[in-house]
Design a protein around this ligand. Sequence first.
Ligand code: NAD
Ligand code: MG
Length: 388
Amino acid sequence: MRRISVFGATGSIGKNTLDLLTPGEVEIVALSGGRQVDLLAAEARRFRAQVAVTCYPDCYEALKNALAGTGIEAAAGPEAVVEAADRPADWVMSAIVGAAGLLPGLRALRHGGTLALANKESLVTAGELLMAEARCHGATILPVDSEHSAVFQTLTGEDRSAVERVIITASGGPFRDWPLERLAGATPEQAVAHPNWAMGKRISIDSASMFNKALELIETREFFGFEPGQIEVIVHPQSIIHAMVGFSDGGILAHLGPADMRHAIGYALNWPDRAHVPVERLDLARLANLSFQAPDESRFPALRLARAVMATRGLSGAVFNAAKEVALDHFIARRLGFLEMAAVVEETMARVSGDLRRNDAVLSLNDVLNADQLARQKAEEVARQRLR
Ligand code: NAD
Ligand code: MG
């Protein structure tokens, strides 16, 4: 039986992943979550998991009580999450949100199995390291972000050297057509209301600010190794085409599908085969129109910042992501305005760039974690100067 662990099992991607699995057909090794202890325990019971882990130490008692008498181990804290990834598994879903997903993902690769990677932040923060770790252990990383799954599927069987361009689509989010003056006053409630996708709160707001697409540009660069100039973003409000690949003969292959993450998760689960996945089938006549527009970098500066990261690589992705996470926290807490998030990230990148040192030709985990910490401190300083 296939041994499976799901990190971030109580989140949007985690729940969609468990929805595709059937108790008794898979052996669940570890499930991790946060404060939704009841949900975590219920899923651990349903799948008879070996261990359930909450990343919050203060949730330990509640989790232990909820699992009393089941024989399922309970654990808590960030280290326990990483230790759970040390348990051998054949297929691991990395669906923790934020840079916190990096360490469990790195550990899981050591088993040489498959890492289904929804946690884009780990590629942005430490792409070089993650890809090297996979190679070193003969592990496979499969992208779960819909655009990257689409690129991966489109490239299958193709000659990589014939690729001219990779185009990832962006819905444009709830503020696609908002003028700059209106964006300045956008609230967290407005930002979280994504028109096409049902996602976690943080990625929904990142979609509204296009920081999500910025992370995805960097993710495309790190995962597939294309040059920054080959990677494009196009706004496509219907979210039906997820990505396109253009080849040297002028042809473009597109990947289409419903806006349901279970497609990309199911693809990673069944790869290299394809199996039935219960998502809606597209009715193209009813859709009628697929439209495109160029992204507006003056209203969505995150895209411009991502270009800088793609050009520099090294530790700049760790800085970019950490500063973004800090700025997002302040926006959610209504201490920063919507447009100030990009300003904080840009200023943090400028302030930190001189302080960053990589010790070796190969990026080390310590370098990455230090850059992440330094950027969080600087971003707090920068944000504090702007706080309302
Ligand atoms: P979510 O907020 O719904 O769930 C996040 C999960 O991570 C929860 O289980 C939570 O308990 C856990 N978690 C949060 N902070 C943690 C920490 N510090 N340590 C350990 N666990 C922690 O998020 P989501 O929307 O499911 O997104 C998960 C990841 O997948 C993100 O990296 C996101 O960018 C990516 N992703 C999501 C979607 C989507 O449709 N939701 C699409 C593409 C990529
Ligand atoms: Mg995506």
